[in-house]
Ligand binder design. Structure first.
Ligand code: SF4
Length: 330
């Protein structure tokens, strides 16, 4: 995997965040430069390109591009073949456009995965955080995303113990968590960042309360993540192999990531079988835990993938058939 930064800085001013104070406002990289870098990564054999930015979904605003990220995704998918992955990191909910949803749904190389830090779910907390307080709108957007992009894996992060967070506000966060059922959710205990407006807010929450809320939210999310993971039992998933080893009984075992798993953040897919690191295989999922999935490598799918690779350069039609054939196995 390789990270490709598409912009730097952020135009927003969340009360807890110091990034804009040292990065400044968002500056988008020129689209031609991004496409050039993507082309080099493809030629170097990189299987997964992770487009990253503090505020990815605002891409191109400073370049006066209309629906900049959607346009960039369409262009990048002309450069990245359909048997590689493009992953998007750090979407801001209010700037996810129908065009972006359409691009994720249309292009097979774009992982059906969105990391969308929401930080909280109670309007009053969000207002103190200086973030859009309209939780209903966020909920509607999530429903829309799930309709437009079936099986999309949604990751988010929340802050617990933000200054002034009352029991009611915290309860609203838990309720939102329960209703929206994110595939992945991370929680941070609020910590005072010097120089940020939130650091001097009244009503700082004690460490003991922050810890209790964090423990509880984590436990609730574990159950939700398990329910979401169990939906994959009995189905097949394309997996990018990261390493291999042996199971307790000495049988060969691979570990890799599906489209649902960003590197070093999410879980792994473990499967009986062997395949070299850096290749794509299909795994039939047999067991789920909150973070990881376990299964068996589907041998036919592996050969479909290698057939697909060997045909990609010269005969795109055949390559497409191979992709379709491997999907039929799932
Ligand atoms: S939290 Fe994210 S969106 Fe908010 S100011 Fe920081 S970088 Fe920008």
């Amino acid at each position: 995997s390789a990270y490709l930064k598409i912009s730097d800085g952020c135009n927003l001013r969340c009360a807890f965040c110091s990034i804009p104070s040292f990065k400044g406002d968002m500056r988008s990289k020129a689209m031609g430069a991004i496409l050039g870098e993507a082309r080099e990564l493809v030629e170097a054999g990189v299987q997964e390109i992770i487009l990253v930015a503090q505020h990815l979904t605002d891409y191109g605003r400073d370049l006066k591009l209309k629906d900049g990220l959607a346009t960039l995704l369409d262009e990048i998918c002309q450069v990245v073949p359909q048997d590689r992955w493009v992953r998007l990191m750090y979407a801001y909910p209010q700037s996810i456009t129908p065009g972006v949803m359409r691009a994720i749904a249309d292009h097979p190389q774009i992982c059906r995965y969105l990391d969308m830090p929401l930080q909280h779910a109670h309007p009053a907390t969000l207002r103190r955080m200086r973030r859009p307080p309209d939780t209903e709108r966020t909920a509607a957007l999530i429903r829309e995303l799930r309709t437009a992009v079936p099986d999309i894996a949604l990751r988010t992060t929340f802050i617990v113990g933000f200054p002034g967070e009352t029991r009611e506000e915290y309860a609203a966060l838990l309720e939102f968590l329960d209703t929206m059922e994110f595939d992945r959710a991370g929680f941070f205990r609020y910590s005072q960042e010097p120089g940020t407006p939130a650091a001097t807010l009244e009503g700082q929450v004690s460490e003991r309360v922050k810890q209790r809320r964090w423990d509880e939210a984590m436990a609730i999310q574990q159950e939700i993540a398990l329910r979401r993971s169990r939906r994959w039992v009995g189905r097949s998933l394309r997996v990018l192999v990261e390493g291999s080893g042996t199971a307790d009984d000495g049988a060969p075992l691979i570990a890799g990531r599906s489209y649902r798993d960003a590197p070093e953040i999410d879980g792994l897919v473990w499967a009986r079988g062997s395949a070299p690191a850096g290749t794509f295989v299909d795994v039939r999922v047999e067991r789920a835990t909150p973070y990881d999935l376990w299964g068996t490598l589907v041998a036919e799918a592996v050969s479909a993938v290698s057939r697909q690779r060997s045909t990609l350069s010269g005969q795109p039609g055949l390559a497409f058939d191979a992709v379709a054939a491997s999907h039929l196995l799932s």
